[in-house]
Design a protein around this ligand. Structure first.
Ligand code: NI
Length: 184
């Protein structure tokens, strides 16, 4: 098990366009190892997704997983995609909060397509098509953006909602109706 160093905002690797994973690497031990390390890293830092460039590997590889107890936005099964491409995106947009392991603990409101269809290869090189909506669609768009050097802050309509984690929890996070409002 290896926890990889996660590149932080300002590191040029986050702004490069990632290279497609070449066919000869499918099923390769080094690629399998990288995938395992990325999963370990994502889980260690309690992320729901991680892209190659974030761990200093500018290749088109993303991993996604959300355990139900860690988010209130639903479960996402373990998903490993190589060379993913968004085939279709719904015109319907949803705005919701995002953060990123490469952007400290900042959160912001980001509009995303509600549904996407993604084409990719699995780690063995087999083509697959994935239909996703809501939270899963959001995470897919966020991670695929990383492969183009795009971060969630670039997708925000404006920066008014940008919040540190502590302030997000205090002023912004949805709270149960019976919980006292500490805002004022
Ligand atoms: Ni991210």
């Amino acid at each position: 098990m290896a926890i990889l160093k996660v590149a932080q905002l300002g590191h040029p690797v986050l702004r490069h366009v990632a290279k497609p994973v070449p066919a000869e690497l499918f099923g390769d031990a080094a690629l399998e190892r990288l995938i395992t390390d990325m999963l370990d890293t994502m889980r260690e830092y309690e992320g729901v997704g991680l892209a190659g460039p974030q761990v200093h590997h500018p290749i088109q590889l993303i991993v996604i997983e959300a355990a139900d107890e860690r988010t209130d936005r639903g479960e996402i099964p373990l998903t490993v995609l190589l060379n993913p491409r968004i085939l279709e995106a719904s015109e319907e947009m949803v705005t919701d909060w995002e953060g990123c392991l490469s952007v400290g603990d900042l959160r912001g409101l980001v509009p995303r397509a509600r549904r996407v269809v993604v084409e990719a290869l699995d780690p063995g090189g087999q083509p697959l098509t994935l239909k996703a909506e809501d939270f899963f669609a959001r995470v897919l768009q966020h991670e695929i953006d990383h492969l183009q050097g795009t971060l969630f802050i670039d997708r925000m309509d404006d920066l008014q909602s940008l919040s540190f984690g502590r302030e997000y929890l205090r002023y912004r996070a949805p709270r149960p109706p019976d919980e006292p409002d500490e805002r004022d």
